[in-house]
Design a protein around this ligand. Structure first.
Ligand SMILES: [Ca+2]
Ligand SMILES: [Ca+2]
Ligand SMILES: [Ca+2]
Length: 434
């Protein structure tokens, strides 16, 4: 109702302007937003449904089956972005009967997928609309003109002898690597945006530290993950006084890890073990520290300081893990730590701290546990998209007009509250660097 009234007011203004202004006067949409959208909102006013953790992603269980033939084939999965363009997510090999279970992490605002089958070089594809986090896809249009003996899985030429022909193997010189599987896609980055006044409530502008990341779970010829790669860039507003570090608690035992690399450390306060993981953590919750000092590695980009890309590599090739076990809940238990104090952790809502967390912080501020205030408000949000942060001191509800509706509906409405459309973004309250 509020929206309709606002639209009516805008319409009236347009009519009045047309009457009283010269014909060349153009109303700027941003000015209208600034003047008319309610800017006395706050995250504080949002009633958060009990147990809701601001989730913007979920895991979809995709069952793909070739009905027309009992033969292994390769399936590729694509999602579409805001503009309906196709973007590659990942690939899997079916079993001998032509069936593949591909469970993957996906942005909840996506409702359309493309699946492509490569059967001995013959390509066919399906478009799927899904309404729940389960989809069943069948291929049944095998044609008689299949190009035989071309691009077969068990190849004519298999340089690394992993059972996948060179033409299908995305790493044809590496026997433990076959396919890339990306989150959120091969060409996109996700974001985690933090408030750094923890354990005190912040101002909910979510621009104190922003992590952009892309994960790649590299699988072998059995659809098991052998390597995890992440590209990470961080940003913060020029003038932010606090230094932050960033780490990720991983969801599998340290014994599965052969080595980890890429940590960018400058404070001398973080100790690594011989695998490249942070020393002295629970063995079943290993931690990789991505960087420990946001202050010394950024370049100016408009109003923001932005880092170079940090490349994290985790080798689990001796103990590969089922793809479906790792392709969920990405970015796992990611957290920042503030003022070079490793124990001063801030996590996404609903997450538990690591063993190194200073539990006394819980009695010193507004966290009632699991990184939520008494009313369920967070210190961090996860966005499966490149996040445009609000201007300094602007509460996120005044920069993203349907954020409140997303939260109070328990994430059922406006799942795409962060995307680049006029109804969602109040541009004049955002840091736009382009
Ligand atoms: Ca090969
Ligand atoms: Ca290979
Ligand atoms: Ca803030």
């Amino acid at each position: 109702m509020k929206k309709i009234i606002l639209k009516l007011i805008k319409l009236q203004l347009l009519v009045l302007s047309a009457l009283f202004c010269s014909c060349t006067y153009v109303i700027d949409e941003n000015t209208l937003n600034e003047n008319l959208d309610p800017i006395n909102n706050s995250v504080e006013d949002i009633i958060v449904p009990k147990g809701f953790n601001f989730e913007t992603t979920d895991q979809i269980k995709l069952k793909i089956k070739s009905e027309d033939i009992s033969s292994p084939s390769i399936f590729s999965v694509y999602i579409t972005d805001d503009n309906d363009k196709k973007f590659f997510i990942g690939k899997g090999i079916s079993d001998a009967n032509g069936q593949l279970d591909y469970y993957f992490n996906y942005p909840k605002y996506i409702s359309k997928l493309y699946i492509e089958r490569n059967l001995n070089g013959e390509i066919s594809s399906k478009e799927i609309h899904f309404t729940s986090n389960f989809a069943y896809v069948t291929f049944d249009e095998s044609s008689s003109n299949r190009k035989l003996n071309q691009d077969t899985i068990k190849g004519i030429s298999d340089a690394d002898n992993d059972g996948i022909d060179d033409t299908l193997d995305e790493f044809n010189q590496h026997p433990k690597k076959v396919f890339n599987n990306y989150f959120p896609s091969s060409q996109h980055f996700s974001s985690i945006a933090f408030e750094d006044l923890y354990p005190l409530k912040g101002d909910y502008d979510f621009n104190d530290l922003i992590i952009n990341y892309q994960f790649n779970l590299i699988t072998n010829a059995s659809n098991l993950v052998t390597f995890i790669e992440a590209k990470i860039v961080f940003k913060y507003l020029i003038g932010t006084e606090k230094t932050s570090g960033f780490g990720i608690e991983l969801p599998f035992h340290s014994d599965s890890i052969k080595s980890a690399s890429g940590s960018f450390l400058t404070t001398g306060k973080i100790q690594l073990n011989n695998k490249g993981l942070e020393s002295d953590n629970d063995l079943d919750k290993p931690v990789i520290i991505v960087f420990d000092n946001s202050y010394e590695m950024g370049n100016e980009n408009g109003d923001l300081i932005e880092s170079d890309t940090i490349y994290i590599n985790i080798n689990i090739s001796d103990h590969p893990i089922a793809f479906s076990d790792l392709n969920k809940d990405i970015p796992y238990n990611a957290f920042i730590f503030i003022n070079k104090d490793r124990s001063h952790e801030v996590h996404l809502p609903g997450k538990k701290p690591t063993q190194k967390f200073n539990k006394q912080l819980l009695s010193l501020g507004d966290d009632v546990g699991d990184f939520k205030t008494q009313n369920g408000h967070p210190w961090a949000i996860h966005i499966p998209h490149q996040f445009t942060p609000p201007q300094e001191g602007i509460d996120i509800t005044n920069a993203y007009s349907v954020f409140g509706e997303f939260v109070s509906s328990e994430g059922n409405n406006d799942k795409d509250w962060f995307i680049d459309i006029d109804d969602h973004k109040i541009y004049s309250n955002l840091i736009i660097n382009e």
